[in-house]
Ligand binder design. Structure first.
Ligand SMILES: NC(=O)c1ccc[n+]([C@@H]2O[C@H](COP(=O)([O-])OP(=O)(O)OC[C@H]3O[C@@H](n4cnc5c(N)ncnc54)[C@H](OP(=O)(O)O)[C@@H]3O)[C@@H](O)[C@H]2O)c1
Length: 238
């Protein structure tokens, strides 16, 4: 029997956790990836107690050797991967969503770190899982991006976050072109402003509302789009 398999990064809390629950309830075996062992073990153990088919794995998406070990582990259990959700992300600017940092005050080392997590992390994951994804029936990659990375409508502030999400969107475009002759579809999705630790309590969307557009892109049918940037299943400006 064909098993449905998914990998979700940043799954110990927020949108990644909710995506894990939704996919597991839909019959997927979900590998939950987190960079803190205790947190990902606790989160996965709780879901296992609820009867969900999930497994935690400690990996930091900014560390290549972690991602290689993760892919080997998944490959030891399955010969394919249906869904890869590159959800792990950070607002690295001091002060988070309240940050007053600008291009003139931001530490360039932090910008590099944001790139390594928010953009290059997704690239590392795609490289590591490409062989397994090629063997899936309807493989889908979702890069969880943000309207704050919209190059055609840039605004002030959060330079590391904005630049790294724009780079993530570029990755989506390059990948889609390179995957044109395969069954793998890849899209960027902005979840909207969501009440997570990152979005804060004043955000206008619940976590359940935030995950809907991501799940839509993760389960696109054969004639679904690839290489796009979406919110709520509708194209938005790059
Ligand atoms: N919330 C919003 O309003 C909003 C809007 C647009 C886009 N997004 C995007 O949605 C995604 C999920 O955000 P969220 O709102 O759920 O934020 P969150 O609650 O802050 O969760 C972020 C998750 O990413 C993980 N993470 C961060 N760096 C990592 C690394 N190097 N390796 C592995 N995992 C890492 C975090 O792990 P730790 O617990 O270890 O930190 C956490 O699990 C992000 O990509 C974010 O940019 C969110």
């Amino acid at each position: 029997m064909y098993s449905k398999v998914a990998v979700v990064t940043g799954a110990n809390r927020g949108l990644g956790h909710a995506l894990t629950v939704a996919l597991a309830k839909d019959g997927y075996k979900v590998f939950m990836i987190g960079r803190n062992k205790i947190e990902i073990d606790n989160a996965s153990a709780k879901l296992q107690e609820e009867g969900l088919n999930v497994e935690g794995f400690e990996a930091d998406v900014s560390k290549g050797r972690h991602i290689t070990a993760l892919a080997s582990y998944v490959q030891s259990q399955f010969d394919h991967l249906d869904i890869l959700i590159n959800n792990a992300g950070v607002i690295i600017e001091p002060g988070g969503r309240e940050s007053k940092v600008t291009c003139f005050t931001v530490n360039p080392d932090l910008v590099e770190e944001a790139y390594s997590i928010n953009a290059v992390g997704a690239l590392r994951m795609v490289q590591a899982f490409y062989d397994l994804m090629k063997k899936a029936r309807q493989p889908r990659i979702v890069n969880v991006s943000s309207g704050m990375g919209t190059v055609s409508k840039m605004e002030a502030g959060w330079p590391a976050y904005r630049m790294s999400k724009a780079a993530l969107n570029a990755l989506t475009g390059v990948l889609a072109a390179e995957l044109e002759d395969t069954r793998i579809k890849v899209n960027s999705v902005c979840p909207g402003w969501v009440r997570t630790d990152m979005g804060g309590p004043d955000a206008d969307r619940s976590i359940e509302e935030g995950v809907e557009g991501i799940l839509w892109a993760a389960k696109l049918p054969k004639d679904g789009p690839t290489g796009g940037f979406f919110r709520d299943g509708k194209p938005i400006a790059w």
